[in-house]
Write a protein that binds this ligand. Structure first.
Ligand SMILES: [Zn+2]
Length: 235
């Protein structure tokens, strides 16, 4: 007697193991692929590198303007204090005030421009940071479900391998050898079922000799067309 149902069960297990293995490989590849996240991170860093020097420039300009304003105030006070009598000196002081005020005007123009650039850079940074946060959340969420799936597949896989081990001793060594050889050449489908006198895989109708041999199940019978082990399954 060939162990038709055992052989069929073995093939079912092997196909499932193979399917799970394939999915596990896909998951591993997906987990390793975080290109979008890396790009978003790089963008945030680039935006930050634009903003930081602009903010420093604003502080520097504000400081310079403050210093000049203080100088104008001090010179103004001296000018109107009456302490300085020399007309040449007084004129120099007035010139200095004018030149400081002119300089501050220029600095304030630059400050305004720089503050607009800061606003722009800040908006860009906020946008790229928001994008990174979203991508990170999505990635973690996706990873979580992938990790859960990975765990489930691994435990299902090891359960299948355990049933395979229990099944193997019930199948004759020679049958097993033939099964394993056929698996390699028949795209992992070594076993086909006789279905209404036809092979369930290649669909070719079998002659009466084959049909009778399969039904008797005394030895291995092969599909007359595709060469797979043909088994008879009642019900
Ligand atoms: Zn066939």
């Amino acid at each position: 007697m060939i162990q038709a149902s055992e052989l069929y069960r073995l093939q079912e297990i092997d196909l499932q193991v193979q399917q799970k293995h394939k999915r596990l490989e896909e998951i591993a590849a997906q987990l390793a692929d975080n290109k979008a996240l890396t790009e978003a991170q790089t963008q945030v860093e680039a935006d930050q590198q634009v903003l930081t020097p602009l903010q420093a420039k604003v502080r520097k300009l504000e400081g310079e303007i403050q210093t000049n304003t203080a100088k104008v105030r001090d010179t103004d006070e001296t000018l109107y204090s009456g302490r300085v009598k020399n007309p040449k000196e007084l004129q120099d002081m007035q010139h200095e005030i004018q030149s400081l005020k002119k300089r501050n005007q220029e600095l304030e123009d630059t400050l305004l421009e720089t503050m607009l650039s800061v606003d722009e850079a800040d908006t860009a940074l906020k946008a790229s940071t928001a994008k990174l946060d979203t991508l990170r959340a999505q990635f973690e969420l996706a990873n979580q479900s992938l990790i859960d799936e990975q765990k489930r597949l691994k435990s299902e896989g090891s359960a299948l391998l355990k049933s395979r081990e229990q099944l193997l001793p019930t199948i004759e060594a020679e049958t097993l050898r033939i099964y394993n050889n056929l698996r390699r050449t028949k795209n992992n489908h070594a076993v086909a079922v006789l279905n209404n006198q036809s092979c369930s895989v290649c669909r070719v109708q079998q002659n009466m000799n084959v049909i009778q041999a399969v039904r008797k199940g005394e030895g291995l019978t092969y599909c007359s067309s595709c060469g797979r082990i043909l088994i008879y399954r009642s019900g």
